[in-house]
Write a new protein. Structure first.
Length: 467
């Protein structure tokens, strides 16, 4: 069943989240060229529901990149000629824009990196190797993206530190009692995501950071799925490090940010050595530039950083409160409408308040790759797989999920298109076992441990033995 316009309007009213002037997803969509291409014959317009992987880019960001390469492309911090001076000035201005966006005390606390993965590896290799000793504890969670797990495994192997992971509850939240138990072991570091990329759970990080600091731990927040969606204030959170990806927040691929408290960054050794990060080089040793240059070895992605600042300006223009409220509305509606689809099982918290714009689900025992492929036939783009969270998939007792993730340009009509597509999935494949290869581990018996928190009790007795 598709929702007619009057019903949509009624639902909008019912689920409106309090902002005076809500975002109009359709108007925002008009800013994004990819979403406004003439449809290929016979295909409906694209519904893009994979923004958790990477968002689309508005025309202003694409124009900023073109402008950079057309008018003032030059390497920075070295030329005395005008082009290089302009590029340098705008690159440093971009740093200030990003710093303001997260309310850092100083732009020096923001280091440009390629992506969240690089930001976390920087902290693991620089802070980790300098501060971790054999037996020290690093606390993560079972819900982390591999980018906030594997770097800690590597540094633990190198230093002799230990890893422990906060468990999760049946409805996809962190087990806060277990968190407290782990705090009694006085970890050196607590590294966790603000928002889960697979389940969309929003963790109470401010509270958790305070509890971690109370036992003397340093804290790293993986903000890849939060900074694009939630107003983020590093002073209010009081995190020691925050990593986030520009390309998930309307910016280009190639410029992302590591925030770190200045005193910590000052005390850390370099991550990569080379040009730009030195003060003085002798043949038998070197000294380092001040932060942030100390952590920006080599030529940075100048145009990408400048365009990231334009993306930040774009989001600021929309207003982060409105961005969040808009996503709440779309997700609320998606959670409600997905329940209409036969055999759909939702993962993660049941209320939009506890989650961001990410919805993971299963359709009976149909393999998520098959679900995504049939949705793609209707030009609805979702992601299927383990979403780089294999331990989380194991905790859920599945090999993979289908994931729809929403952003500023999505509308309630996009949710309707998703739901229509899922009805089609059921018509085409309902009740059939998938023949698609497993996205994660087909070698492991998968027992579903999942229970619906609302008592709906649609628990798969067994997750398909695909592959
Ligand atoms: N942390 C989280 C929470 C993420 O969601 C991602 C990417 C990363 C780290 C890594 O970011 P990157 O910019 O270094 O790649 N998440 C996803 C995703 O959910 N689907 O594709 C990439």
């Amino acid at each position: 069943m598709s929702v007619t316009m009057p019903e949509v309007a009624a639902t909008r009213g019912q689920h409106a989240h309090a902002v005076a002037d809500p975002l109009d997803g359709a108007a925002v969509r008009a800013d994004f060229p990819v979403l406004n291409q003439p449809p290929v014959e016979g295909r409906p317009p694209l519904v893009f529901l994979d923004s958790a992987a990477s968002s689309q880019k508005p025309a202003v960001v694409i124009d900023a990149l073109t402008d950079y390469y057309t008018r003032y492309n030059a390497n920075i911090h070295r030329g005395v000629y005008e082009l290089s001076e302009i590029a340098t000035e705008r690159y440093e201005a971009a740093r200030k824009t990003v710093a303001r966006f997260i309310n850092a005390r100083s732009a020096r606390e923001c280091i440009f990196v390629r992506n969240t993965t690089e930001a976390i590896n920087l902290v693991a290799q620089s802070w980790g190797r300098a501060n971790l000793r054999p037996g020290d504890l690093i606390v993560g969670t079972v819900m982390e993206h591999h980018s906030n797990l594997v770097p800690w495994q590597l540094v633990a192997a190198a230093t002799g530190a230990r890893l422990a992971h906060v468990r999760m509850t049946a409805d996809g939240r962190l087990d806060l009692d277990h968190f407290d138990v782990l705090m009694t072991e006085e970890p050196k570091l607590v590294a966790l995501a603000h928002v889960s990329n697979s389940l969309g759970t929003v963790h109470p990080v401010k509270e958790l950071i305070a509890r971690a600091h109370a036992v003397g731990a340093t804290t790293l927040i993986d903000g890849a799925q939060s900074v694009p969606h939630l107003q983020t204030d590093v002073r209010d959170l009081d995190c020691d490090f925050l990593a986030f990806s520009g390309h998930k927040m309307c910016g280009p691929m190639g410029a992302s940010v590591l925030y770190g408290k200045k005193a910590l960054l000052d005390a850390m050794p370099p991550f990569l050595g080379g040009g730009s990060m030195i003060r003085k080089v002798e043949l038998d040793g070197s000294t380092w530039a001040d932060v942030p240059a100390k952590f920006e070895a080599g030529t940075p992605a100048v145009g990408d950083a400048i365009a990231l600042a334009v993306a930040v300006g774009y989001l600021d223009g929309l207003g982060m409160e409105r961005v969040w409220a808009h996503e709440r509305e779309v997700v609320d509606y998606a959670l409600e409408r997905l329940r209409e689809v036969e055999d759909v099982m939702l993962f993660g918290p049941r209320t939009a308040e506890a989650r961001s714009g990410v919805v993971s689900f299963a359709v009976g025992d149909i393999h998520p790759h098959d679900v995504a492929a049939i949705l793609d036939e209707g030009n609805v783009a979702v992601r299927a797989g383990h979403h780089c969270t294999q331990p989380l998939m194991r905790a859920l007792g599945v090999v993979a999920t289908t994931r729809a993730s929403f952003y500023v340009y999505n509308t309630l009509e996009d949710v309707d298109r998703l739901v229509d597509g899922l009805h089609r999935v059921n018509r085409v494949l309902g009740g059939k076992r998938s023949v698609a290869p497993s996205a994660a581990r087909a070698d492991e018996p998968c027992r579903a441990q999942w229970e619906q928190a609302d008592g709906g009790a649609k628990v798969p007795a067994e997750v398909p033995d695909v592959g």
